[in-house]
Design a protein around this ligand. Sequence first.
Ligand SMILES: CC(C)(COP(=O)(O)OP(=O)(O)OC[C@H]1O[C@@H](n2cnc3c(N)ncnc32)[C@H](O)[C@@H]1OP(=O)(O)O)[C@@H](O)C(=O)NCCC(=O)NCCS
Length: 186
Amino acid sequence: MKPIRTTRLLLRNWEERDRELFHRINSDPIVMEFFPFRRDRAQADAKLDELRGAIRRNGFGFAAIEIMATGQCAGFAGLSRPAGLPTFREGAVEIGWRLAPEFWGKGYATEAAQAWLAVGFGSLGLDEIVSFAVAGNSRSTAVMERIGMARDPSADFNHPGIGEDHAHLLRHVVYRLQRADWQTSL
Ligand SMILES: CC(C)(COP(=O)(O)OP(=O)(O)OC[C@H]1O[C@@H](n2cnc3c(N)ncnc32)[C@H](O)[C@@H]1OP(=O)(O)O)[C@@H](O)C(=O)NCCC(=O)NCCS
């Protein structure tokens, strides 16, 4: 992908120096509150390699967020194709994000997401972008609302990858944004 500059952020593909932060945001219990798994360092490294390869192949993906003023990696945001979720049509594209806690409360996820919407509706030519989160992950649904997405309760679903041992993480809510609604909000 071509790096994207926003007011405060550089959105770019993953680099070797991001591995420690990426492991932290895959293992920290606060960050991973709404996920049924934690990744150890080897698993996080493998996931970073997977994300980096997908971004190279597709030109988009869950990409690193770098704070331009300091050069620190804060986490990720980006576009991806949700796999194995029957609630979405074939070819659907989701927007998602995850930051280390010291970068919460600064508007970075919203700023990165707005730039990714412009990529999705601009150069990728998408008609719709979706997002989903565990019902109750209000920090994430607040980002969805701030970037203009609307809740679609008819699409809410029980995540097929979540077992009975994590029943509180089963129910997911869905948000959508159509290209026409994004354009009128500019
Ligand atoms: C979801 C997540 C990325 C949201 O982070 P966040 O910091 O709440 O969201 P933003 O980066 O958009 O920041 C918005 C907050 O910064 C504040 N803010 C401060 N300065 C700001 C600025 N210059 N511009 C915009 N907002 C600013 C906003 O008022 C808002 O604060 P509030 O939550 O008190 O209302 C983060 O909580 C996270 O990584 N969670 C764990 C992973 C996760 O659950 N991911 C989603 C899975 S579906």
